[in-house]
Design a protein around this ligand. Structure first.
Ligand code: NAI
Length: 487
């Protein structure tokens, strides 16, 4: 705590550098800056206490300062142990008007290279806002990426109902170390205050969720009628998933490979597991560098798309032995198993850009008898198999585009975060119009976000005549497509 502001970041001395990059990013984030102008007077988030769990990058700093410009009180953590940019975290704490000695920004609890214990400690701090008198009060909104903040509240409430946190057998290998840490966290909070999470949850008006994996979790909760508050699925705004997931990864996957390894991608065989939005961007980026790309898919529609783009479609187990680079993008678990790793070429590169690290069996890798690990540099490890072959693993199997590089660039995140901001305003101001269910933003707002970015890039939109609009059955001002249109 300094100047009455709580925080936990690597080094406030990095704030000046962070501020300079934030200033450059603001120009590249026209969607967020347009919302700041539009809502400068109305300040629709006045009274909102937003608990944000999303990669603490330069782009996220611009989002945070947009939320505060709209009136919100904000606390922030990263949703990944490696994704924080320490200068961005420092600048967000210091704020545009503060100094490292007298920070005047936002409480951020995030640094690059957290342990899992530290990660969940940070996530706990997210919920401890202060009122005017300094008393602890919970958030009334969550902004989540991957659903960890939402998960903590839901698990907390679940265990408070029964009054017990399950203990898990140490020998039970199906329970991850991370889940044990979550259970320990909740066991401590249950011992201190048996109604803490129940009270936190009752204040929350809603959550807006950034990514595919977090959205899956929300739909599962809603289906089981366990969702505690309304949710907006930001991921499935067209201007989010069809841009951030695809064009964002097209940029940041290559950035991560280059910064992590600097191998020439051209001429190599790259296998991409999963050909959804993230897989499409990954395959295009690798092919763009001259790699021969092979895709693995379970869904025949996505597999057919990959074939028609000119990629080979094959099963991972049949082609992994040819691969120089293997990238997982499925959002599913157990994609690259230890058996598959054993088939990989000497010094092949293995990285994941799906949300969680369970796509690659890192725990199984560490358990191979005789296996050794050499750390080359932060977030780059060379694993040596007993037969002497090695494999390079990026970011310990976690999002390597954020761990080895700086994630997606500002312009594409401006689209995602404009949707986030609009979703926060919507749920905060109109929460009583929503049930405990998962919603998407209306298409007209999606088109609004796109329009701002078209203008910023100098694109000129054609205007429909009234006659033409009637002929195709839409309004002159949009929306231009029916709900079922797939883009
Ligand atoms: P998606 O649902 O569009 O694509 C995933 C694809 O993987 C689907 O086509 C599915 O059929 C396929 N798949 C599932 N199991 C498979 C298996 N066993 N083998 C081969 N293919 C399989 O999802 P999207 O939007 O592409 O997201 C994927 C993951 O990336 C999610 O975890 C998401 O949260 C994350 N994400 C990461 C970003 C980053 O910056 N690294 C950005 C955006 C999303």
């Amino acid at each position: 705590e300094r100047n009455g502001l709580e925080f936990a970041v690597a080094d406030l001395g990095l704030a000046d550098f962070g501020r300079k990059e934030i200033r450059l990013a603001e120009h590249e984030m026209p969607g967020l800056m347009a919302l700041r102008r539009e809502y400068a007077e109305a300040r629709p988030l006045h009274g909102a206490r937003i608990a944000g769990s999303l990669h603490m990058t330069v782009q996220t700093a611009v989002l945070i300062e947009t939320l505060t410009a709209l009136g919100a009180d904000v606390r922030w953590v990263s949703c990944n142990i490696f994704s924080t940019q320490d200068h961005a975290a420092a600048a967000t704490v210091v704020g545009p008007t503060g100094t490292p000695e007298a920070p005047a920004g936002v409480p951020v609890f995030a640094w690059k290279g957290e342990t899992l214990e530290e990660y969940w400690w940070c996530t706990e701090q997210l919920f401890a806002f202060r009122d005017e008198n300094g008393a602890v009060v919970g958030p009334n909104m969550i902004l989540d990426d991957g659903g960890d903040a939402t998960l903590l509240v839901h698990k907390g409430v679940e265990f408070e109902k029964t009054g017990v946190v399950p203990t898990v057998d140490d020998e039970d290998l199906t329970v991850s170390d991370e889940y044990r840490i979550i259970l320990d966290t909740l066991r401590r909070s249950l011992a201190a205050d048996g109604q803490y999470w129940t009270r936190v949850a009752s204040d929350i008006r809603g959550v807006t969720e950034e990514t595919t994996t977090g959205v899956h979790r929300l739909y599962q909760l809603a289906e089981q009628e366990l969702l505690l508050f309304p949710a907006i699925n930001v991921n499935d705004s067209v201007t989010k998933s069809k841009f951030d997931n695809k064009y964002g990864i097209r940029h940041s996957l290559i950035d991560g490979l280059n910064r992590g390894t600097d191998v020439l991608i051209g001429g190599k065989v790259a296998v991409v597991a999963g050909y959804g939005d993230v897989g499409k961007g990954s395959a295009e980026a690798l092919a763009g560098q001259g790699a021969r790309v092979i895709v693995s898919e379970v869904d025949p529609i996505c597999a057919l798309q990959a074939l028609l783009e000119g990629y080979q479609v094959a099963r991972l187990e049949d082609v992994i032995g040819q691969a120089d680079i293997v990238i997982t993008t499925t959002g599913n678990k157990d994609i690259v198993t230890v058996d598959l790793m054993k088939k990989m070429k000497h010094q092949a590169i293995l990285g994941n850009v799906g949300h969680f690290d369970n796509e690659i069996d890192m725990a199984g890798l560490a358990r191979i008898p005789g296996i050794k690990k050499i750390n080359i540099k932060p977030q780059v490890d060379e694993w040596i198999f007993p037969d002497g072959r090695t494999m390079i693993v990026l970011s310990e199997g976690r999002l390597m585009n954020l761990g080895n590089a700086t994630g997606h660039p500002s312009f594409v995140m401006s689209n995602s975060f404009a949707n986030q901001t609009i979703a926060q305003i919507e749920l905060f101001t109109k929460h009583e119009e929503y049930e405990k269910d998962v919603y998407r933003l209306p298409k007209i707002l999606d088109e609004k976000v796109a329009r701002i970015h078209v203008q910023a890039l100098g694109g000129e939109l054609t205007k429909l005549s009234k006659d033409q609009a009637e002929y195709i059955g839409v309004d002159v001002e949009g929306p231009f497509k029916p709900e079922h249109y797939r883009y």
